[in-house]
Design a protein around this ligand. Structure first.
Ligand SMILES: NC(=O)c1ccc[n+]([C@@H]2O[C@H](COP(=O)([O-])OP(=O)(O)OC[C@H]3O[C@@H](n4cnc5c(N)ncnc54)[C@H](OP(=O)(O)O)[C@@H]3O)[C@@H](O)[C@H]2O)c1
Length: 327
């Protein structure tokens, strides 16, 4: 595989991504861009990247770059991804793809019109444990999945109103930041969007969701009971309960093992260790898709990303949570 990557925005997750991609043993990353030239240079020096740009446009213009990984805060994904797509780059964009379905649709339409690859960087879906879980489900190892319980709850160190987690102008709130993981998980297992959505949230002083729980039902009657929050610290397990047993994935969003429990209580544990940060699997998948001439991932399809955004829009509507940059 011979693709040249650029990284747009040099924050926390960009470092984890660069670490992961470097663990493949190939120097895929050829350029990095930050709003600050010094920051870009420091990032480039740390990861041995040859080009460092002090603005995002220069990266989008760079003819050597095939794929841009976007690692800015959620409200910037739309603008940053459009910039890349309009300059002919394939895009791997951090989760959530955008802040709402309207923005997601525009990105998806643009990528399809320009025949460019776009994928939401839901790295969890590409971890070895998730690949195995999908295979178990296909083989019917727990019968028919009927119930999912999953949550992503951690306690934020401080309630900083300016941080990405709490600032409404930066798309703050737990739903968009971490709620997308259990929602993505339910979507992966049931292969469908919910027909019924119920939800309750408690708000942080900045007005964004501090913690919330949501209950989905699907047209076949299956149910998902999900939660996300920055207020309390939980186990972050995901459980798929089927007609003939249960699969549990501890700390599912970065899962490395799974436990299958059969009716009666006998259980077996399976380990799926992975290398480095684990963020490289999604990138390798994207390059394999491109090698095969695909312009969309069959593992994380764009219509599913749009559906995730629609679900989160519905939940936010129920809470009356609108961001300052939304109409
Ligand atoms: N996959 C995962 O496990 C995972 C984990 C954490 C976060 N994420 C996602 O990745 C994205 C970034 O999260 P992060 O934790 O890396 O955030 P972060 O550390 O705050 O970094 C975000 C970067 O975006 C750039 N940026 C552009 N406009 C900005 C603005 N107006 N305010 C602040 N920063 C701005 C900055 O880079 P420059 O100054 O270099 O331009 C900043 O360093 C989010 O969408 C989040 O959902 C994913």
């Amino acid at each position: 595989m011979n693709y040249n990557w650029g990284i747009m925005a040099c924050g926390h997750i960009a470092s984890r991504f660069a670490e992961g991609l470097a663990s493949t043993g190939k120097e895929f990353i050829k350029a990095v861009a930050s709003r600050s030239e010094n920051k870009a240079k420091a990032f480039a020096a740390k990861f041995d990247i040859k080009k460092a740009y002090g603005d995002y446009q220069s990266l989008a213009n760079d003819p050597e770059i095939d794929i841009v990984y976007i690692a800015s805060p959620h409200p910037m994904h739309h603008e940053n991804a459009l910039l890349c797509l309009r300059n002919g780059k394939h895009v791997l964009c951090e989760k959530p793809l955008t802040v709402n379905a309207k923005q997601a649709k525009e990105l998806i339409d643009t990528a399809r019109e320009k025949q460019l690859f776009l994928m939401e960087a839901i790295w969890t879906r590409f971890l070895p444990v998730m690949v195995q879980v999908r295979s178990w489900l296909t083989d019917g190892i727990i019968g028919e999945p009927r119930l999912i319980r999953a949550g992503f709850n951690f306690r934020a160190n401080e309630l900083d109103p300016n941080s990405r987690l709490f600032n409404p102008s930066l798309g703050g709130g737990a739903l968009l930041d971490v709620g997308i993981y259990p929602i993505m998980f339910a979507s992966m297992v049931f292969g469908d969007s919910p027909t019924e959505i119920q939800s309750l949230a408690s708000k942080a002083p900045t007005g964004v969701d501090y913690q919330s729980a949501y209950l989905f039902q699907y047209k076949n009657g299956a149910i998902a009971s999900l939660s996300s929050g920055f207020e309390s610290s939980g186990t972050m397990d995901a459980m798929i309960v089927g007609t003939e047993g249960e699969i549990r994935i501890p700390v599912f969003w970065k899962g490395s093992k799974a436990i299958i429990t059969k009716p009666g209580g006998d259980f077996e544990e399976y380990a799926f260790p992975y290398r480095s940060s684990g963020l490289q699997y999604q990138a390798v998948h994207m390059m394999e898709c491109l090698e095969q001439g695909l312009l969309e991932s069959p593992v994380m399809p764009l219509d599913e990303s749009l559906s995730l955004q629609q679900t989160m829009d519905t939940i936010r509507d129920k809470w009356g949570l609108k961001y300052p940059f939304e109409d």
